[in-house]
Design a protein. Structure first.
Length: 557
């Protein structure tokens, strides 16, 4: 592993600091002075039209950001990732989610493994299985076709499938639905299985490691629920053979640890593998996407993967000045490191993307929430901003106030589609048009604000004027797509994957490990005996934890 360049020591960093110091953001004036500003800063990325013009940038800033990318060798790191070098240094692994969407005729051999052949072997098995479920050829233990697929997973084994399933609901086959269990709170299993018919339910247990406490606990609860409810209905006779048969028909698994899948009691024939070079949060395009493939069908899933691949190719080959993931990643650096932005809002004006922000939180924050660089030295600047958001006008009536008039700069990405899945007219009003009017209005209001003169011209009383002035110069990026197709969803995910990558390279961190999650997992297991009443284990805890656990023990029924 080559030592990461310390971005803060580069000429470009110093230049950016200087540019920031001299910058007087004035989007009104900039737009007035540059008639081509929108065109100059708008780009096409596969199906996505991306407008960066309402950001606090000028051509000098973009040039300096691109020099920064050169000086920290983003292109070299990118090529190393695509080639399968072990850029995940703390786990000594390749990072090859981009290989999951390579077409069948592509070639890539990594560590002696024909990656493309392996990927397509699993995809073909997934598609065959998905077709069987969709056609009714795959039946439950009593011969009934599957109507509900319940995915049990957490983190990357949940957020990707649930987000994409929700995003592509209009593509779902009628008569089939997916549900998702992730939280170890037993309420999740109880509510998600409520009302389900065990005879028509298929569980997918998705876990890269097949050791995750939440997933295995939930899978065991689901298995008990299945066997109990089938027995209650008289659908199985309760013998070991009938139970094994029921599990074989109602449980499949997705994992890199196929031996552990078998130990759990799931037939390896019904398991779909992937590889340790696929990070959990980068895995929805692997077998982890199985619920999506079942719901939308193989043809749509192929389009979904092709969407990722189009963006991969853009990121890999497009010149820096028009390379959208590169530019957006660098913009995030500009705001985090030069404007001290702490967070980044992602605001989809598309209800179907209502889980997109939650998905991005894992992708971006588990990737870039790091304070040491990949060579073990401390980072030299701020890293990982907080990503958050809500869809559409819901956010306008909740937290936009703070984005418009708060004291913090919050860069925001606005995402919308031109053609909705459900075009509706309310009388003469095109409702989606009305929805998008809000999208356009918000980005304009954030950029251009409302001056004191404008407020006064409305006859506002003097004492209220300051409260009604909008400074403007709140940066936004607008992303428009023709429609929320499987390909577009793939493109959006790949775009944010590569943005995250670019930021990680500039910060010199390993964006592909997640050691920070480990401590909590370990402590939960250590504290569990105390929670179950072991006095000695309780006395090993700090005084606050002891008091909290004691309160719990005293107050539980
Ligand atoms: O939260 C840590 C993590 O390892 C994530 O990166 C991963 O997506 C999640 O746990 C679930 O892990 P697994 O798929 O191995 O069950």
């Amino acid at each position: 592993m080559t030592k990461p360049v310390d971005a803060t020591t580069t000429d470009a960093w110093a230049e950016l600091a200087q540019l920031k110091q001299n910058l007087e953001p004035d989007l009104r004036a900039w737009f007035a002075a540059e008639p081509k500003r929108a065109a100059d800063f708008s780009f096409q990325l596969a199906d996505l039209h991306v407008d960066l013009s309402k950001n606090l940038i000028n051509h000098d800033v973009v040039a300096a950001l691109l020099r920064l990318a050169e000086q920290v060798d983003v292109a070299g790191r990118r090529d190393a990732m695509f080639a399968g070098e072990h850029i995940n240094v703390t786990e000594d692994r390749a990072v090859l989610h981009t290989a999951l969407r390579l077409p069948k005729d592509a070639e890539l051999t990594v560590d002696g493994q024909d990656v493309v052949a392996d990927v397509h072997e699993v995809l073909d098995r997934m598609y065959e299985f998905a077709d069987k479920v969709r056609s009714g050829e795959w039946v439950g233990v009593t011969g009934k076709r599957i109507e509900t697929v319940v995915n049990i997973g957490i983190g990357g084994s949940d957020l990707g499938p649930v987000m994409v399933y929700e995003a592509l609901l209009p593509y779902k086959q009628d008569g089939l639905e997916c549900r998702f269990i992730s939280n170890i709170d037993p309420a999740d299993v109880a509510e998600t299985t409520r009302g389900l018919d065990p005879e028509t339910t298929l569980f997918i247990v998705a876990s890269k490691t097949f050791t995750t406490l939440e997933t295995l606990t939930n899978a065991r609860m689901a298995r008990s629920w299945l066997l109990r409810t089938l027995a209650d209905d008289g659908a199985i006779d309760g013998t070991d053979a009938s139970k094994a048969d029921a599990i074989a028909k109602h449980f499949v698994a997705v994992s890199t640890a196929l031996d552990k899948v078998e130990e759990f009691g799931i037939d390896p024939v019904n398991a779909f593998g992937f590889w340790n070079w696929v990070g959990g949060r980068y895995s929805v395009d692997s077998a982890v996407g199985l619920p999506v493939a079942i719901a939308i069908g193989p043809a749509n899933f192929r389009d979904f993967l092709a969407g990722f691949h189009a963006v991969d190719e853009h990121f890999r080959t497009e010149a820096p000045g028009t390379n959208v993931p590169l530019l957006m990643g660098l913009l995030n650096i500009w705001y985090v490191n030069f404007f001290d932005a702490h967070s980044h809002a992602v605001l989809p004006y598309a209800q179907y993307l209502h889980r997109f922000a939650a998905y991005l939180q894992q992708l971006t924050m588990e990737s870039n929430g790091k304070s040491v660089r990949s060579d073990g030295t401390p980072v030299t600047s701020q890293t990982g901003e907080i990503f958050w958001g809500e869809p559409g006008t819901n956010g306008q009536h909740a937290f936009y106030q703070l984005i418009h008039q708060g004291t913090r700069l919050i860069p925001a990405d606005f995402i919308a589609v031109a053609n909705p899945a459900n075009p509706v007219k309310d009388g003469e009003t095109d409702v989606h048009g009305l929805f998008l009017a809000n999208f356009f209005a918000q980005t304009a209001a954030l950029a251009f604000g409302k001056t004191e003169a404008e407020v006064r011209a409305e006859g506002t009383a003097d004492e209220i004027v300051p409260a009604r002035v909008f400074e403007g110069n709140r940066p936004t990026t607008s992303i428009l797509a023709p429609a929320l197709t499987p390909a577009v969803v793939g493109q959006l995910i790949a775009l944010y994957e590569h943005i995250t990558f670019v930021q990680g390279v500039v910060w010199g961190i390993d964006s592909f490990d997640q050691w920070g999650v480990e401590l909590g997992k370990k402590l939960a297991l250590e504290i569990a005996p105390a929670v179950f009443g072991d006095a000695e284990a309780l006395s090993d805890q700090d005084s606050s934890t002891q008091a909290l656990v004691s309160w719990y023990l005293a107050n539980r029924a």
